[in-house]
Ligand binder design. Structure first.
Ligand SMILES: *Cc1c(COP(=O)(O)O)cnc(C)c1O
Length: 453
């Protein structure tokens, strides 16, 4: 057991200008008071719109028709969905409530892609009623889709999900032989099923792996067309990289990473790679320009007349939110501090994967900086009765010792951190999401329909 800690190098979050601006305005304190003293998440749909425009521009620059589907599981807020009603945009869902939420916020069925393995009968029924694009995962699911489409008197709009050859044990998608059989089966099913193409979703963030598998999907489309299928779309899924910190900060951190940097020596084995390049829209460009045998993927897509579908989750909400935890107390633990905040570490999801959200939290002092403030090293804990309810095991350096009434902000948390694992443990209410639009704010409609105030 490590009782002393050593100072780790900083991991300063890369942020969009709205975030530090908001932290410096009285509006942050007004929101904190209005939500009643507990933790809250701030979200910024204008940044989502900026990220979305970047993806659409990356496609347009290569002259590739396509659709960007927001991978909805990355963040449940309603406010993003309004942005997904723009041309060339849709939502990727995997449950009835996600589908209903998207429909209720104005996203039309034709702009919704339904992914996920072995979808429920209710999800298939609703998706077929609304002419959503279904990524079919297995042969038995294809039969269930066809049965329901037949009884509804409709055509199922279908992609077949491919099991990546690099992940032969993945539980998602068709293995190669089964895929060939499914393409044949779609031909037998006639007008009940329209096979629009193929999809995949890869683990990791490698642009080359995506470009190479996409090229194989183009070939699958050519073969499917020979059997009479429309086969003019491929989806390369999500997993578009995000850079949370600079390359230099991340290099120094990973080069020296040591148990002694963490409270209790609890050094997470694996974390998200907090610096990656290329990230966001630049990664899409890298995929499109990847050139294995003299022809870029973009040129292959253009030549085959194929539309490129993307399903980014994390990358669309990059820079579009932060989480605020009011400080409740602070005490010494050996040579560093432990700060306790209102709320639970479940509102910062990484911790629940045995990992840690590493970008440095930011202290916002009640009343601003004070004379005599001196840097202090602290771990950060939640306000439950569990020893392991810790937001940050790493002893991070803050410009001052936190005090009750200060706010601790976790930057850039909209992608998976906010609500993936939240619960009402201890009967604490879930932190509200506060939508910031310029100098105005309102509470997100959450599971309901977002009416723009
Ligand atoms: C989770 C998921 C996504 C989004 O992944 P990100 O890493 O957030 O971009 C897209 N498509 C499918 C099928 C998924 O399961």
């Amino acid at each position: 057991m490590v009782v002393t800690t050593a100072l780790s190098p900083p991991l300063r979050a890369l942020e969009r200008p709205w975030a530090p601006w908001l932290r410096g305005t009285p509006m942050l304190w007004e929101i904190a008071r209005a939500v009643g003293g507990g933790p809250f998440h701030v979200i910024h749909p204008a940044t989502f719109a900026e990220n979305l425009a970047g993806f659409l521009d990356a496609l347009a620059a290569e002259n590739i028709p396509g659709v960007v589907y927001y991978g909805k599981k990355a963040n449940k807020a309603a406010a993003w969905l309004r942005e997904c009603t723009r041309p060339g945009t849709g939502v990727d869902v995997a449950s009835v409530p996600e589908l209903v939420h998207a429909l209720g916020n104005g996203v039309r069925g034709e702009a919704i892609a339904v992914t996920g393995a072995a979808k429920s009968g209710g999800l298939l029924w609703l998706a077929l009623r609304h002419h959503c694009l279904l990524a079919v995962d297995a042969a038995d699911e294809l039969e269930r889709v066809a049965d329901q489409a037949r009884s509804l008197g409709t055509t199922a709009e279908v992609l077949l999900r491919v099991r990546p050859p690099t992940a032969p044990t993945s539980r998602f998608g068709f293995a190669p032989d089964d895929l060939a059989a499914a393409v044949g089966r779609c031909a037998e099913l006639g007008a009940t099923v329209a096979l629009h193409g193929f999809s995949f979703h890869l683990d990791g963030y490698d642009p080359v792996a995506r470009a190479e598998l996409a090229a194989q999907l183009i070939e699958l489309c050519r073969r499917a067309r020979a059997l009479g299928h429309p086969a003019s779309k491929i989806s390369i899924g999500g997993g578009i990289a995000v850079a949370y910190v600079t390359r230099e900060d991340w290099r120094r951190f990973t080069a020296g990473k040591d148990d002694s940097w963490f409270h209790g020596g609890r050094n997470p084995l694996r974390t998200y790679p907090y610096h990656q390049a290329p990230a966001g829209a630049a990664m899409v460009t890298a995929i499109l320009r990847h050139d294995a045998d003299g022809t870029s993927l973009a040129a292959q897509l253009r030549e085959a007349g194929i539309e490129l579908l993307l399903e980014p989750g994390r990358a669309l909400v990059d820079g579009a939110g932060f989480s605020v935890f009011p400080v409740q107390g602070c005490k010494a633990s050996g040579d560093h501090l432990v700060t306790t905040v209102a709320g639970l570490s479940m509102s910062l999801s990484e911790q629940w994967k045995g990992s840690e959200y590493l970008p440095d939290p930011i202290l916002v002092r009640a009343g601003g900086p004070r004379d005599g403030d001196a840097p202090a090293r602290t771990a950060v804990a939640g306000s439950s009765c569990l020893e392991y309810d810790v937001l940050t095991w790493r002893a991070v350096e803050l410009p001052a010792r936190p005090r009750a009434g200060d706010l601790l902000v976790y930057p850039n948390t909209a992608g998976y951190q906010m609500d993936k694992n939240e619960s009402c443990f201890h009967q604490l209410p879930l932190p509200p999401k506060v939508v910031v639009d310029g100098d105005r704010w309102h509470i997100d409609a959450d599971y309901l329909i977002q009416e723009i105030p």
